[in-house]
Design a protein around this ligand. Structure first.
Ligand code: ZN
Length: 161
């Protein structure tokens, strides 16, 4: 035994004049996610899922947006540090399953690149990282293009002792 499951969710507004970072990859688009960091909604959801699996709080607990140190920070650093907290508890990542909800742009052409980037940071196979995408059929704030949401589940396994 020694398995722990975690769930993470994150939201950001989409606004003109910001770079659009998702899954550690810069995606060409006229809008980007608004936030204190680079506002990478997918990496934030994965961080929260890993922290949640071990009841370590959330990304805001460890990397508060009131701290200037995290202003415009590359979320790949937050992902790496979150996984470091997991490793300090002697757990390893088994797999990630995630879904991003947004109206535009199309992100699936970038999914392989995202999986490669995330796999390199976490030291796992890209086969163990699933990234899916959906629109909300024009409904709600996602459908109007005002924002986007990412959901992530992770499974952690305790290291053999
Ligand atoms: Zn976020």
């Amino acid at each position: 035994m020694g398995y722990r499951i975690g769930f993470g969710i994150d939201f950001h507004q989409m606004v003109e004049g910001r770079d659009f970072w998702l899954g550690g990859v810069k995606i060409p688009f006229h809008k980007g996610a608004l936030g204190h960091s680079d506002a990478d909604v997918l990496l934030h959801a994965i961080c929260d899922a890993m922290l949640g699996a071990l009841n370590l709080g959330d990304i805001g607990t460890h990397f508060p947006d009131s701290d200037q140190a995290y202003k415009n920070i590359d979320s790949k650093i937050l992902l790496q540090r979150s996984y470091q907290l997991v490793r300090e508890k002697n757990y390893s990542l088994v797999n990630i399953d995630s879904t991003v909800c947004l109206e535009a742009p199309k992100i699936m052409p970038h999914a392989i690149e995202m999986r490669k980037v995330i796999a390199a940071i976490l030291g796992i196979s890209m086969e163990d990282i699933s990234i899916k995408a959906t629109t909300t059929e024009k409904m709600g704030f996602v459908g109007r293009g005002e924002g986007l949401v990412a959901y992530a589940n992770v499974l952690l396994q305790k290291d053999a002792s």
